[in-house]
Design a binder for this molecule. Sequence first.
Ligand SMILES: O=P(O)(O)OC[C@H]1O[C@H](OP(=O)(O)OP(=O)(O)O)[C@H](O)[C@@H]1O
Ligand SMILES: Nc1ncnc2[nH]cnc12
Length: 187
Amino acid sequence: MTDTQITDAADRARAAIARHTRLVPDFPSPGIAFKDLTPVLADAEGLSAVTTALAQAGGDIDLVAGIDARGFLLGGAIALQLGVGVLAIRKAGKLPPPVRSADYDLEYGTASLEVPADGVDLHGRRVLVVDDVLATGGTLNAAIGLLEAAGAVVPTAVVVMEIDGLPGRDAVESAHRDLVLTSLAAG
Ligand SMILES: O=P(O)(O)OC[C@H]1O[C@H](OP(=O)(O)OP(=O)(O)O)[C@H](O)[C@@H]1O
Ligand SMILES: Nc1ncnc2[nH]cnc12
């Protein structure tokens, strides 16, 4: 992969994000400016450019973990590009037991994420964590914490967009000082 190709994918991704992201005021609660990336991923060029650019930022990993729910769409496509498997980090109550759980706060409430505690050996695995949006960082920190508690190493995390004016990047980088966090756009 040449530098020109890397720049090309990130540039194409940023163009698709700028063109297709939908701003939804007061969703899911009053005062929240929701950045809906659904149309970006529904666009063939958008999906291709975004997942290629995120895969290029993934680094030396052997598993991709996508966060419920749009992280699943991204994670599968990125894992295929990198030639590794994919793990779904799910909202509470969806995975069969046994599970590891973590409660967390996000911009508009609280939630809980889970990973399997059996069936997938995470010990020593190098995992790339993927999500669509970084806002407060609560979701990403919970996901990374679950993987690390299971013995995994998380050298890299990637998101499509970080929300301006919220402390997501600081929250993640201060909690995980060696982690490289890449976002394709801010808005
Ligand atoms: O940085 P944070 O403040 O934690 O917010 C980011 C999270 O919020 C959204 O998910 P949401 O929990 O709304 O779930 P969804 O994927 O089901 O829409 C988004 O997809 C991220 O996962
Ligand atoms: N403002 C926002 N837009 C989209 N997803 C989000 N997740 C948390 N905050 C969000």
